[in-house]
Write a protein that binds this ligand. Structure first.
Ligand code: SF4
Ligand code: SF4
Length: 90
């Protein structure tokens, strides 16, 4: 299990989540941010920080956004050398 970033992040990307993640497992591209499914320690710190409620624990992902579970995982298949996003506070 891991946390998942869903559609509301697209076009928002304020990175509040990045600032609170203790293990730097949140990555980004020009579209949105992604949580690494194996690096995430399931601490839940990011979820309440997101201003657009884009983040869900995997099992609580809304039905219409379940495809984002795969989208988050696929990002790391496509970008094995990606470096973690830097937060707005850094
Ligand atoms: S649940 Fe914790 S470890 Fe996982 S992405 Fe959110 S802040 Fe990072
Ligand atoms: S806080 Fe929410 S909208 Fe902002 S980057 Fe993180 S997931 Fe995306």
């Amino acid at each position: 299990m891991a946390y998942i970033i869903c559609e509301p992040c697209i076009g928002t990307k304020d990175k509040a989540c990045v600032d609170v993640c203790p293990v730097e497992c949140i990555y980004e591209d020009e579209t949105m941010l992604y949580i690494h499914p194996e690096e995430c320690i399931d601490c839940g710190a990011c979820e309440p920080e997101c201003p657009v409620e884009a983040i869900f624990e995997e099992g609580d992902t809304p039905e219409e956004w379940k495809n984002f579970i795969e989208i988050n995982a696929q990002y790391f298949v496509d970008h094995p050398d990606a470096t973690p996003a830097t937060g707005k506070g850094t």
